[in-house]
Design a protein around this ligand. Structure first.
Ligand SMILES: NC(=O)c1ccc[n+]([C@@H]2O[C@H](COP(=O)([O-])OP(=O)(O)OC[C@H]3O[C@@H](n4cnc5c(N)ncnc54)[C@H](O)[C@@H]3O)[C@@H](O)[C@H]2O)c1
Length: 345
């Protein structure tokens, strides 16, 4: 690539599910990538195949502490993303979102770098309007078990926009909806991974409530394309921009699709709905279409195939080379929370 176009890009949470795909994409685009992670939910296995690349660098660091590096762009993804993980140490979850954002925004300010913030559809809470546009301010419980994540992410968005207004920082806020694909955690309680693992084991597939609540699912490659387009968009495009797939499926429909594609003998069983579980979640992606020329292309069944193949490899204890070149040992992929889960002040 043209040397003048090569950027130095920091990806926080780079050893996680989305972060590892983003690092791969940025390297493929010819950039230098600094991958930062504390390995709380991420694993070295996700990026093992990148370690030999001279343009890739791995750094163990916790974003709640200040960081001094020289980069042109920052993708701030560091944060546990599933309820099992973010509720494990809720105080640390809020700190990761809020202190992490302060540290990364401070770094971006010093470097005059562009900052991409991985926000979430959870900022809409249990939405009273459906589907969700970016103009909607949300319906969030500030004191419930999900609040550490939802409110942490909301505060991170606030900080982004205050840094923009107060310091002229270039910011890009993505409202990410449910995403799936190879390198998801097999035991993080998210519905796609849950159903696939249960189906592959011929174990009962658990539907919470009556299974008629809906979700929309975006395949990881589509999402990463949206990340890159948002980062490369003109400075006036700040977001928030919803990135997700508007195709809406009930949990029963998802379970049936997974059953069919895995050829599983699993039965569908019902369990009580968790507290604050939203009934519906679907993005309006007009802004993404108009401002980024972006929309998802991978249909659910198409995206489920490499995802299932990945989990098959994982459960067989083999290299999970399904739709990606990642090596992922069954042992490590089954982790819940690792070293950094130690108690903190
Ligand atoms: N996957 C989705 O469907 C989804 C949806 C909405 C938002 N998001 C957001 O996207 C980002 C990435 O999510 P993911 O699905 O890849 O989750 P993930 O858990 O696989 O990745 C998060 C990464 O951040 C790292 N991390 C956590 N705390 C850290 C800290 N204090 N310092 C440094 N690193 C830390 C973890 O070790 C992990 O590698 C998160 O910010 C999440 O909130 C994801």
């Amino acid at each position: 690539m043209n040397y003048a176009l090569r950027k130095r890009i920091l990806v926080t949470g780079g050893a996680g599910f989305l972060g590892s795909h983003l690092c791969e994409r940025l390297l493929a685009d010819g950039h230098d990538v600094l991958c930062l992670d504390n390995f709380f939910t991420g694993t070295k296995d996700n990026i093992l195949h990148l370690l030999e690349d001279p343009h890739f660098e791995l750094m163990r660091h916790d974003v709640t502490f200040p960081l001094y590096v020289e980069v042109d762009e920052i993708y701030n993804l560091a944060c546990p993303a599933s309820p099992i993980h973010y509720q494990h140490d809720p105080v640390q979850t809020t700190k990761t979102s809020v202190h992490g954002a302060i540290n990364m925004l401070g770094l971006a300010k010093r470097l005059k770098a562009k900052l991409f913030q991985a926000s979430t559809s959870e900022v809409y809470g249990d939405p009273e309007v459906h589907p969700q546009r970016e103009e909607y301010w949300g319906h969030v419980n500030p004191i419930g078990p999900r609040s550490c994540y939802d409110e942490g992410k909301r505060c991170a968005e606030t900080l982004c926009f205050d840094y923009q207004r107060q310091h002229g920082l270039r910011i890009k806020v993505a409202g990410i909806f449910n995403t799936y694909g190879p390198r998801m955690h097999p035991h993080d309680g998210r519905v796609v991974s849950n159903f696939i693992v249960q189906a592959l084991r011929n174990a009962p597939i658990t539907l919470y409530g009556d299974g008629t609540q809906t979700r929309s699912f975006c395949y990881v490659d589509d999402l990463i394309e949206g990340f890159v387009r948002l980062m490369e968009s003109p400075d006036a495009v700040t977001g928030p921009i919803n990135l997700g797939n508007p195709g809406e499926f009930t949990m029963i429909e998802l379970a049936e699709a997974v059953k069919e594609l895995t050829g599983s003998r699993s039965e569908l069983v019902h369990a009580p709905l968790p507290q604050d579980d939203p009934r519906q979640r679907q993005p309006v992606i007009t802004r993404g279409r108009e401002q980024l020329g972006w929309e998802p292309k991978v249909a659910l069944r198409e995206g489920l195939k490499p995802t299932i193949a990945y989990f098959e490899g994982l459960l067989a204890g083999q290299c999970g080379d399904a739709g990606s070149s990642a090596r992922h040992s069954g042992r490590d992929a089954g982790i819940q929370c690792r070293e950094s889960s130690a108690e903190r002040p």
